[in-house]
Design a protein around this ligand. Sequence first.
Ligand code: NDP
Length: 306
Amino acid sequence: MYKTVIIGTGPAGLTAAIYLARANMEPVVIEGWQPGGQLTTTTEIENFPGFPEGILGSELMSNMRKQAERFGATFKTGSVKSVDMSKRPFVLDVEGMGEVIAESVIISTGASAKYLGIPGEQDNIGRGVSTCATCDGFFFRGKKLVIIGGGDSSMEEAGFLTKFASSVTVVNRRTELRASKIMQDRARANEKIEWALNRTPVEVLANGMGVTGLKVLNNETGEEEIIETDGVFIAIGHTPNTGFLDGQITTDESGYIIVKPGTTTTNIPGVFACGDVQDSTYRQAITAAGTGCMAALEAERFLEGL
Ligand code: NDP
């Protein structure tokens, strides 16, 4: 039996691992199919304190992992299928590992990219439809691209994609963008970025070999239009990864875990939640890391009290 099992290896889970390992609590970290979390699919992180010149997301995550390992955290690969929280110790069913028993659990499973649910989208994933500009931008050298969404992710990824593409059209369902002013200004100053605002995506068009266009509804005229493109990048936000909890932990209507204000404690004693899986407001690497630290300290206190 382990004292603490941490599920997820983004900044929240890795910070919790650093703190618990350093406190000799021998944490076991279960990493899923995307080790390092969302930061591994972004480029440069400019706003994580301590890196005046910025740092690559993947490098930041790799450094955090090394730091946790240095103090004795153990990493295991597997996907957590379910956790029985009806009694303690908790029993996790982990694909590839079988049953894992833990006195306390820290959930830091983050959030996953949302899809639009329009025709042509799922069929063309990997053939021109992507939710990860950093992963797939490279394949579109000299091509025309579309990015859907008007948030910070879309602005950032549009800029990144212009390093490869001949042009990037931002498609947003409203005229107003949700992105912060600095990110909007940066995108607007980029000559390779074009704008198709007040347009709702209707269908991804493809010819069997790859994407050829995006059909959109012009909300002003009510007419459908086709934007010719070789690739459609989707940046419309994320869904918290809480499905495996099977309703045992209290969440809000969007699935984000509800924690007691100012803590990481969930409705189940001994189960803590940190990072994006419990944060629909800030969703920053630094806030995730901060709540990871809180979860570690709270888990430590919980274990001492047993
Ligand atoms: P956001 O939720 O901020 O933006 C999502 C965008 O997608 C909105 O424009 C939204 O439109 C649109 N959208 C959502 N659903 C649909 C749909 N079904 N069809 C069409 N459009 C849709 O998500 P982000 O991922 O951009 O950002 C998440 C958080 O991460 C934010 O807090 C952001 O500030 C932060 N972030 C910060 C960065 C940085 O500072 N470097 C970089 C990236 C993200 P609508 O506005 O109409 O709802």
